[in-house]
Structures are given as structure tokens and as C-alpha cells.
Design a protein. Sequence first.
Length: 423
Amino acid sequence: MLLVNQIRENYEGVLAGLQKRNFPNAQAILAQALEIDDLRKSTQTQRDQIQAESNAISKQIGALMKEGKSDEASEIRERTAQIKIQIKELEDQNSKAEDDLKALLYTIPNVPHSSVPAGKSAEDNEIILENGVIPELFPGKQPHWELIKKYDIIDFDLGVKITGAGFPVYKGKGARLQRALINFFLDEALAAGYTEIQPPILVNEDSGYGTGQLPDKEGQMYFATADQLYLIPTAEVPITNLYRDVIVTEENLPIKNVGYTPCFRREAGSWGAHVRGLNRLHQFDKVEIVQITHPDDSYETLESMSAYVQGLLQKLELPYRVLRLCGGDMGFTSALTYDMEVYSAAQERWLEVSSVSNFETYQANRLKLRFKGDDKKTQLAHSLNGSALALPRIVAAILENNQTPDGINLPKVLHKYLGFESI
RNA sequence: AGAGAGUUGGGUGAGUGGCUGAAACCAACAGUUUGCUAAACUGUCGUACGGGUUAAACUGUACCGGGGGUUCGAAUCCCCCACUCUCUGCCA
């Protein structure tokens, strides 16, 4: 969430940013936040003063009791009754103001970076780069949902039998392709200086709030009711939460972590014609990169993460494009997001395979993720993450783009991981 | 799942109603001494939110797992919850 001081010190900037997102009633909400904060401060000042008085009296009573002057002590004690009522009242007002402020701040999205284009929907996203060659396929080309049947490598019907729709079973070369991609992505990240993390894939409620999945996206996560645990929708949740309530030393920045996990998404109500086959699943595999940086470095880091993800796509020889998301299409918590899309040549569609975002202090504020430098001051760090990469759509594009009448030729870079070259 | 023990500052750990925001030790940081290192000595050494300041200094309040209660006063007493550890059971 935003800091009130951010709003106070840069009111015009925050307002303009929220308007770029088409955030309704921005002006009224910001004004309200400041008003509640003023109330919060004034009630705290009053409460603290009276509390100080009360503390002084208590000390005095203690001293008198020790001297055996119990008459005087009980005389003073009578005065405390009224003070207690006052404290209670101010305390209530103050904590209500705090709660109100927090509740309000939870509803305000992050302020977009200045480079974020205005716009309402995916239509307004800015295509900043296109790379790679879109293959010319032969007349009998098939979409991946046909190919996986033809070569018997991914089985949706079996998944339905043992679990339900959206839980595919990978078989034979299909399973090995999954494993090869995961290993390839992890090895690349290691070579780029990331430390590998293998986190739990169920998380508690605190972690859900830490990265912002709760309270907003509660219905999107699977929930194990007996133990009150959520199945993670992305490794971002457990990995970023490693740094919840942590004050890191400045010299340890940037922190670079990578993790492979399965991801679980209920995707309630978002099924339709465009989500056949591997395009949208309830369970899928993803390698995620996370960085915690000094605020001065986060945008440079974002560019490097974007370049890193593009490098993966180049090595996989997939045609891709990079979008800078517009204010209206960007995630709630992000300040700047690049989406990477690969071209899936049989579906003749661009598919989102990665989303790389800088959250600035928005997540760090919730997480209480801070760093301390030489000046001994603690301040909020910046957090970033990106998919590197999500497997299913990569698999879809690899299968479709490399198909021939005689089989599917797999990218060279995967051969040593696969132990075979084609399907 | 059953029984028991526990949760204090970066770490170990003392503390059963006022002298405790918290002993002591360790770690860390700064300085003195030293040819360097080490050792010794001295000092600093939690967080949050207020007030105050150009910024500091300074200052108030809260926080000893979380929440509530008793009391003039709670780390300390009472209640509820969460978590951790040990033993037993089960199990990859």
C-alpha cells in the first residue's frame, strides 16, 4: 500500500498517477486519507499527553506507598478515574482512525511510473519491441491442443479423471519437456546471479496479505480449510514473504532469488473460447525471479530483468514482443510492468508468458521490508518480480511454431536437458 | 492425534506487580592503544508512531508471541488464541 506521507508530500503527483489508471474518485479518496491521518495524529498527541500524566501519577503513588503515606496515595488515586476514561476515549478514536486509514490505503492502487501510458484496457498497451521471426507453417498446421493428442504427450482427459478440468497430465516426452524447461530456466537464472529457493507451496494468511493477494484476490486461491492455508498462485508469494518483517543491511542489496514451483489458480469465472488447451490452467509450472533492491536502483533492475527474460525467449528461438502496460491494464500493486508475449503460430495469437514488474515500496510497505545503510536510518526497499518463465504457453508456442509434417523439432538449447531432439 | 514444556532485544539468557525498554554475556559499530593483525580498554548499540527542528539535537507514547481482562501501576496475575519444542502414536 501507499504511504500517507507519499500522498502528503506529493499530492499532485499521486493524484495524476491515479488518474492515469482511471482510478475513480481519486481526489476525494486522497483528501479523505489526509483528513483521517490528521485525526490520527491529533488524537495520538492528546492521548500521549494524558498517558504521560497518568504514568507520572502512578509513579507518585508508588513512591508514596513505599513511604507509608497511604492516605495521600489514595487521595491522588481518585484523580485517576477520570483520566482513565479520557485515555480510553482517545485511544478508541485513535485506533479507529488508524484502522480507517489502513482500510482506505488498502483500496488505493500503486502510483504508475511516469513512463506508463494512459489507457483503459489491453488495447492501450504500448508495444515497445518485437523480435524474432514468425514462422511460415505448412497448410496442415495444427494448434497445440491437437498436437498433444497426436503425439500423446499431454492428456487433459486423464487430468479430468483424477482431478478436474485445467489439470493436465504430462506424459512421456511431454513430461520430459516440462522437466527440461524447468532445469533450463533455473540454470540460466543461476548463471545470472540468482540464488535458488525452494519454498513451501502452501502459505498462511499473513503471507497472502504481505504480497497483496489478500484481501483482493481471495477467491482466486485454493484454500485448504482444515489448516487455513492457501495454495500459492505464484512463487512470488512465498519468496517475497521470506523478507517480511526483515531489515536487511544495505550492502546485501540487491537480493536476487529464483524459484521453481507449481502454481495454482482457481480462475473463477474467467473461462471462454480463448483459453483452450494450455492457454489457461488451474495448475501450471513456473520459474519466478524476485529482486529486492535499493530504491535508487530499482528501475535499472527492472530493465535488466526484462532483458534477462527476453534473452530466454531468444535462446528458445521464439518470436516475441514486449509491451509496456498502460495505467488501466496494470496490476493493482505495480508501478511499471512489462509483459512479454510469444507468438503462437498455429493459433495465430500472441500469448503472455511473462510479466515483469517494479512494485517500488508498495509491497515493501505491507511487508515491512526495510534496509539500513551507513546512516543507520531504516527505509523501505523496492521489490520486483517476473516470470522467467511460465511453462504452459511456452510449451504451446514451441509445439506449434516448430511443427513439421514429420514431427516437432525442439529448440537446440533444450537438447542437452531433453536427451532427444524432436517429438 | 494424546501428554508435557515453552515463546523476552541480532544471538544466548535473567527477570513473579512500581527502582525494567528491559540485567549479564556474545555478536556488531565507533574510538583509544598497537608496526599490522589480535588482545585490552572506552563508548554506541531495538522498532513504530507523535511533538519538535531547514536537518539534527531533544522529547512523549506504545511494544517482552497475538488479543482481551484485573490494577493507580503488568514482561510479571487471570482468560482466549496462535506458534515452537520434547515424548508417545502414525507416516514418505
